[in-house]
Design a protein around this ligand. Structure first.
Ligand code: RET
Length: 240
């Protein structure tokens, strides 16, 4: 089947297009800018490019699901591309946890158990949210389990072992990167459960759910990469 055209009044569809393009551009940018970073920061920029690159691929498919379903529906309503969304998150969220660990490891010697705890919590958060969204388990049971896992991650980076490592050691740039990443995981990631509540509480619609998730991805994947890029290039300029 031929892909339907974008309806000029389909603002959710437009956001899928804008973010698809932004993800591709960001991937290219982080990849090229990697040359300006030194040492361990190179790997951080590679991971940032992997996150936006994986998201770009999934955005092409999500955009297709959305636009085709709007065109096929008599009322112009779209379908949520839930499977592609969560496949993307299942790859990109663990990569962001890797990124966190790389920043910590650039500061001090860190135990790998911190990495595994954060990784497992992030997978539980996503699997619970997915099962809730596809109604394999109760919508609000999935949400509650997901929230607990996310709160655990926040606890770990603000009060747990991971936070103590950062407070005492590291360069100014790596400390800045760590605090910015903490803001991303608390404030940036909070947009997702807000989208879930808006989407499923009957307050909104499929449109609101998707536009909020799209905005969240834009902030958490691209802005997240930019934070790393700022730290990487400022630290590297000093050590040249
Ligand atoms: C690039 C994609 C990212 C950073 C996705 C992050 C997703 C979340 C932080 C999702 C969180 C959720 C909860 C905290 C509760 C349950 C529902 C979720 C899965 C939307």
């Amino acid at each position: 089947m031929e892909t339907a055209a974008l309806d000029p009044k389909d603002f959710v569809g437009m956001s899928f297009w804008i973010i698809s393009a932004a993800m591709v551009a960001a991937t290219f940018f982080f990849w090229v800018e990697r040359d300006r970073a030194v040492g361990k920061w190179k790997t951080s920029l590679t991971v940032a490019a992997m996150v936006t690159g994986i998201a770009a691929i999934h955005y092409f498919y999500m955009r297709g699901v959305w636009i085709d379903s709007v065109a096929a529906s008599a009322s112009g309503e779209g379908n949520s591309p839930t499977v592609f969304r969560y496949v993307d998150w299942l790859l990109t969220v663990p990569l962001q946890i890797v990124e966190f660990y790389l920043i910590l490891a650039a500061i001090a010697v860190v135990k790998s158990s911190i990495f595994w705890r954060l990784l497992i919590a992030s997978v539980i958060m996503l699997v619970a949210g997915y099962l809730g969204e596809i109604e394999e388990i109760g919508t609000w049971l999935g949400f509650a389990i997901g929230m607990l896992a996310w709160l655990y991650i926040i606890y770990e980076i603000f009060a747990g072992e991971a936070s103590q490592i950062n407070a005492s050691k590291g360069t100014a740039a790596s400390q800045r990167a760590f605090s910015a990443l903490r803001l991303i995981v608390t404030i940036g990631w909070a947009i997702y459960p807000i989208g879930y509540v808006v989407g499923y509480m009957g307050m909104g619609s499929v449109d609101n759910l998707n536009i909020i998730y799209n905005l969240a991805d834009f902030i958490n994947k691209i802005a997240f990469g930019v934070v790393i890029w700022v730290a990487a290039t400022s630290d590297s300029a000093k050590s040249k």
